[in-house]
Design a binder for this molecule. Sequence first.
Ligand SMILES: [Zn+2]
Length: 149
Amino acid sequence: MRVWWHRDGTTHVIFEPLDFIARLAALVPKPRVNLTRFHGVFAPNSKHRALVTPAKRGKGNKSQVHNETEERTPVERHAAMTWAQRLKRVFNIDIETCGECGGAVKVIACIEDPVVIKKILAHLKKKASPAPTNLLPSVRAPPQAELFG
Ligand SMILES: [Zn+2]
């Protein structure tokens, strides 16, 4: 592992494999932890946050929050951005547009159970790989030219 800068002039650090893996594993975040931390006016408790965010959420937006509750239902406020929209925004993965025709795609179910996912994928795999003989024309005898000559 190369260290680019250190006060005592150290340029390299050598680890035992287990130590290296332990240090590497310590960097892996826990599942479902928010990895983006905001500071300054974007911090969750900043009183100026409402002025600089598009959703106008934050501590300094009490009057506007009150207006928002009149216009939008609690469900609408909670689901301000779907996970599909977040996927598109963060990773530029668009699952709301059909890859073939460009039409709008609607999420009808979200399946997280690994057992169910395996069953569905096994079924699709079975369906997608028919025997190649199904694609061939039906079997027939070769043309018998002597019958017509
Ligand atoms: Zn389509």
